[in-house]
Write a protein of this length. Sequence first.
Length: 221
Amino acid sequence: MHEAVAAMIPLVDFLETVLGSNNEIVLHDFSDLEHSVVDIRNGRVSGRSTGAPATDFVLKVLNDEAFAAGDHTASYLSHSVAGKPLRSASYFIRENDKIVGMLCINTDTSLIDELERLTTKIGSVYHAMSKETTLNAEDAAASVEHFSTSTDELVQRCLSTIETSTGKPVAAFSADDRLDAVRQMDADGVFLLKGAVAQVAETMGISEPSVYRYLQKIRRA
């Protein structure tokens, strides 16, 4: 574990005590992306436990230079393993200016959402006061992070998203479709994960060398 990540463990203890059971606190160490969750409190919120892999959002952070200048990102949307919408915030942990981990807080806002529904029925002004802190269907659709319990699950979700956007099942992909799919997954940082090439090859029904050839073609462009 990176020293800068280990130094955050007392803060994880503090946040767990202060924020309460509806807030999940997660500590990531990027030494091992397949098991990047090294400490987690109130894991029932997202449905994960220690040893869970990096999320799709984590991979984007590591693969996108746009995140290099900032030290955190706040109030973005995520989904639990079961699909429940959550509100999230992440702090980037650095060593020598390199992002080596993240401290994340994921909040279950379902109680707030229920209060909004109830108070709306009785015409309370609570609705206007809480509108910005609750999740609606449009917000949930714009989610930028999904939590997974394994690398396999993360890869499968990425491919399912691509299937939805193309309107085709993976089995019906043409060579160009497969190239575009690999390009999208590469842009999302999927291939930072060990075993991702093998998993993508198996799911797409092609060989691992074919995936590597697609990657070479994409990265030469």
